[in-house]
Write a protein that binds this ligand. Structure first.
Ligand code: ADP
Ligand code: MG
Length: 252
């Protein structure tokens, strides 16, 4: 089954074509890496998929459903998850409280507040278990009562991923989740992302080519807003066009 299909999507900012008629298909359960030099249009592409930016042309299908004109909230309800910057965390609350708030929406969307609270009370125990599981998964099981402000940068990123997982996405867009992490933290995050496979389709923008190639089943290369190569990691590694771009961007 196709998890995400982009059909000739484009986005310009003034005179700059940030995303240029991109076609992309990601299958359910796949780990796809999106690589390319700075300014290639990777983050813009994610913003188009989440609906944070509106596209100029093209269509977007999520699990077979056309979401081209749906607002961000609806896309998230359609089980699209995305990691955000650290500022999205409630820094004065604990890890547990942050995860608790993130899982709130699964407590019932349409009920009145009183009914929601009652249901929340009933589900309290289940939620606690769910939160403990997520915390364990992202390596924060021993930090549940720690205030977020006191966590390391790496732990913030782990919590952001945990918060996104609490929404139970079927597809996850990760924009440079390893940025600023230590070697040990990178290894932990890589293993964590690998462990999501089969349940969750992952599209990851990753600066470190080795990390991208180790996580991905397939790699798509973006350059000046267009996909210039796509294939298995070893094909991409051997692709002269890709080698040229990366050599050039290293020297610029
Ligand atoms: P990447 O994530 O691959 O580094 P981006 O998607 O952030 O690239 O940017 C692609 C191009 O679009 C760049 O030239 C960038 O300057 C431009 N761009 C991105 N967002 C905006 C914006 N909100 N307004 C104007 N230009 C933007
Ligand atoms: Mg970016």
């Amino acid at each position: 089954m196709q998890a995400l299909v982009l059909k000739r999507i484009s986005k310009s900012f003034g005179g700059i074509v940030a995303v240029d008629k991109v076609d992309l298909t990601v299958m359910t359960g796949e780990n796809r890496a999106l690589i390319g030099p700075n300014g290639a249009g990777k983050s813009t592409l994610f913003n188009l998929v989440t609906g944070e930016l509106s596209l100029d042309e093209g269509r977007i299908l999520l699990f077979g459903k056309d979401i081209t004109h749906e607002p961000v909230r609806k896309r998230i309800d359609s089980q699209l998850g995305r990691t955000y910057q650290t500022s999205n965390l409630f820094r004065q609350l604990t890890v547990q409280e942050n995860l608790f708030l993130a899982s709130w929406h699964t407590w019932g969307k349409k009920a009145s507040i009183a009914a929601t609270l009652f249901r929340a009370w009933q589900k309290f125990r289940n939620q606690r278990r769910h939160i403990a599981e997520i915390a364990h998964r992202v390596g924060l099981e021993n930090k549940l009562d720690i205030v977020v402000d006191e966590l390391s940068h790496g732990e913030h990123r782990q919590l952001e991923l945990g918060i996104t997982l609490a929404h139970e996405p079927r597809i996850l867009l990760l924009d440079e989740p390893m940025a600023g992490l230590s070697v040990a933290e990178r290894r932990f995050m890589t293993d964590l992302i690998m462990s999501l496979k089969s349940e969750i389709t992952v599209v990851i923008i990753e600066h470190d080519i080795d990390v991208a190639f180790s996580i991905a089943d397939r790699v798509s290369v973006l350059h000046h807003g267009a996909i210039i190569a796509e294939g298995a990691p070893e094909q991409i590694e051997a692709n002269p066009k890709v080698q040229e771009i990366y050599t050039l961007s290293r020297h610029s």
